[in-house]
Design a protein around this ligand. Sequence first.
Ligand SMILES: [Zn+2]
Length: 200
Amino acid sequence: MTNELQITRTINGQTYSFALTERELEDAYRLKERRYREDDFVNAFADAAQEPDMRFHYGHLAEFPELLDWLCRLYDDIFDANTSHNDLMELALNRLRDESLTPGFFTSLALLAPPVCEEPEEAPPEYEECGRHHCGQNITEADERRKRWEMLASLLTRHKEADCTCHGKNGTHAPCAAAKYLNGEWDISEFFFLQDRKDV
Ligand SMILES: [Zn+2]
């Protein structure tokens, strides 16, 4: 026997009845839970972004949807029924603080680069609301974002391996982009929109 939820709706005077399977109910529940989690992180970020050792500011959440995705996935990974929600949130933000200084962090963001929908001839209203999936933009954007995150991961790796201008590469001793980011001189936007890597 399967459990189903019967739903009746009256739309334009017509009564419609449909049933949600247990699986569909579970999916709907997970989606809702995920939305709450995102809202919680957005709120927590308003405070966390004020701290000097945080590499992100509030606006980055909208600019880089990968970030919120990373936080929500981490929350699920570290979830423990004996730890309070607030402690888990704090733990996740602390991890973000530490891991955002490592190449591996940028590699994971590359994997999370949002899927892109092809622009429909006439965009239905939900496309306009759906900023997080980059609806209505060309498919190349996700590839571009992926490449960009991968490039940043490699800049950090090269800096760690002393293969950068900080260490006299190309005869200069100017701080490389990764060093500027690590020192907090650059925030992620400057780092992300880096035009070329010749200066590394
Ligand atoms: Zn360097």
